[in-house]
Design a protein around this ligand. Sequence first.
Ligand SMILES: [Zn+2]
Ligand SMILES: [Zn+2]
Length: 291
Amino acid sequence: MEQEEVLQSLFKNRTGILATMHKKEEVISPILEKELGIKTVVPKGFNSDKYGTFTGDVDRIGGQFEAARRKAEGALALYNESLAIASEGTFGPHPHIPFIPFNREVVLLIDKENDIEISGMAATTETDFKHKRVKNFTDAYEFALSAGFPETGIVVKVSEHSKDPNEMIKGITTKENLEKAVLYALEESADNEIFLETDMRALYNPKRMKNIEAATRDLVKNITSLCPSCQWPGFKITDRTKGLPCKWCKKPTQLTLSYHYNCSKCGYSEEEKYPEGIKEADPGNCQYCNP
Ligand SMILES: [Zn+2]
Ligand SMILES: [Zn+2]
């Protein structure tokens, strides 16, 4: 079968439950519809916040993939369907450059009918993940503008560790509401200082929305990559081998020598050597030639 036929027979015109409530369908649905023919449905009343929030009032259980899986499984159980899509994001310092903020998005598809679970991922430093302590509205407004306000929403908390819903105001997108929230929080604050952060929910965060779109494209790329042996979707990179040799001394470096593709259905695997298109590493990457 051709790739097109395989994908059509698996996904075309099926209903996919989109386990989300923050308008992520705006970027996810058109891609899944166009590329796979899946008709996505956002269930009314699906409370994805119960699986964890960014503001700390509900803790997330498990890692990022686990959280996405729990949402997708939760939606499948609730709506008696066999196909679900969920996404999950994380924010924090860049893993190698601590002072740069970093956003990683995962979009996961679970298909119970065909026993398929495939994910897509996108990571970026293009994010408005920021916070600040302030003592007055002037400083609060200045911070907000520096974080992309009003396109990016703001959360005002009485203190950094506030968990009580009465101690935080989310989704602020107007100057007027920001001022109200700041004055309210200052009133409640014990030390005349309050805590502001960017609202990281997708609908209040255009940069995050873009990254969710990129993760969805990565998901489609992984789904449409079929196993050369059994034609099943999801033939993707599962491992990489380091050790691209140095151009001068030929000793192995930390750079990628090969990618390993693996089929979760039949177990077929393939090694792709020199995936970056170069056979030798620049000596600048060599621990012997460039100490
Ligand atoms: Zn070398
Ligand atoms: Zn296979």
